[in-house]
Design a protein around this ligand. Structure first.
Ligand code: F6P
Length: 327
């Protein structure tokens, strides 16, 4: 493959996601395979502005494929939202002759890349990394599979204690704007109800469901609540329900940031390896401002505008399935 790319910069940005390290490893080793220099940029756009940039070797990414977090560190960068910040970042990239970037992150990361590209001429390719799975243009984002397995295992444990005490649990999972984690974690644990931002299950409807479960003499009930649900988080929903339905002894559990950590699952490691490789090849093919992803098992390329602006929908089929199987 002949191309103009000499030096590639790679960085991780926004919320970390298990599998980011596996993707960094794939980017570094693919770049080296094709004879490119490759630089790790630390702390996302913040480190780009501050020049925290160092050359990476094959050895720099040894022993990280199985580790959560990100060896490059991550950050959210208000400074990159300013013209001065982006100009400083450009100068730092120029110093290292970096003429292609692989950006690992989500929505905010790609919006930043778009803005940068309207001002400076360095091509970016994005790799979707977020546990929320809410990016348009890929069936799965890196980190999502690990996070849903973490949530599932936690809810299984909660079910044991809930059944032992005949309790009703409200379990909050992550997902600020999206219910993907809640939906899969809920279906896989047989949750009695799932509250997500994408569907409007009212407190009345929820109580109706819980009453039916009580009449069927269910010994425990689990309601999975996405943190971004319009009724509020698990504590708020529990309060609203308790005022009118108090048959069960009730508890609330917030799973929290353990969903963001841990060893990535096999699926996340393989996805990360595939997309890291594809991102470097995409730069070499002259692609720019696109996110590489996987749609129906094949590689896909989605312009940043689309990936960041369009919302991936939670499948109505899964919503129906959950409704039927939980009664
Ligand atoms: O990574 C996405 C996400 O996990 C959201 O679901 C959550 O609301 C947010 O990050 C929390 O991020 P932080 O605690 O880093 O601000």
């Amino acid at each position: 493959m002949t191309d103009n790319i000499k030096s590639i910069g790679v960085f991780t940005s926004g919320g970390d996601a298990p599998g980011m390290n596996a993707a960094v490893r794939a980017v570094v080793r693919t770049a080296i395979y094709y004879g490119k220099k490759v630089y790790g940029i630390h702390r996302g756009y913040e480190g780009m502005i501050d020049g925290e940039i160092e050359e990476m070797t094959s050895g720099s990414v040894s022993g990280i494929i199985h580790r959560g977090g990100t060896i490059l560190k991550t950050a959210r960068s208000p400074r990159f939202m300013t013209q001065e910040g982006r100009a400083e970042a450009y100068q730092q990239l120029k110093k290292h002759d970096i003429n292609g970037i692989v950006a690992l992150g989500g929505d905010g990361t790609f919006k930043g890349a778009l803005q940068f590209n309207s001002e400076f001429d360095i091509p970016f390719i994005g790799i979707p990394c977020t546990i929320d799975n809410d990016l348009f243009g890929t069936d799965f984002t890196i980190g999502y599979d690990t996070a849903i397995n973490t949530a599932m295992e936690a809810i299984d444990k909660i079910r044991d204690t809930a059944a032992a005490h005949n309790r009703l649990f409200f379990v909050e999972v992550m997902g600020r704007d999206a219910g993907f984690i809640a939906m899969r974690a809920g279906i896989s644990t047989g949750a009695e109800a799932i509250l997500i931002p994408e569907s409007k299950l009212s407190i009345d409807q929820l109580i109706d469901k819980l009453e039916k479960g009580w009449e069927r003499q269910k010994t425990s009930c689990i309601v999975v609540v996405a943190e971004g649900d319009e009724e509020g988080g698990a504590f708020q929903v529990a309060e609203k329900v308790k005022q009118r339905f108090n048959y069960y002894d009730t508890r609330v559990s917030v799973i929290g940031h353990i969903q963001r950590g841990g060893n990535p699952s096999c699926q996340d490691r393989v996805l990360a390896s595939r997309l890291g490789f594809a991102a470097v090849e995409a730069l070499m093919q002259g692609r720019r401002n696109e996110m590489v992803g996987v749609l129906h098992r094949d590689l896909s390329y989605t312009p940043f505008e689309k990936a960041a602006k369009h919302h991936l929908e939670v499948s109505p089929y899964l919503m129906m399935l959950q409704e039927i199987l939980s009664t």
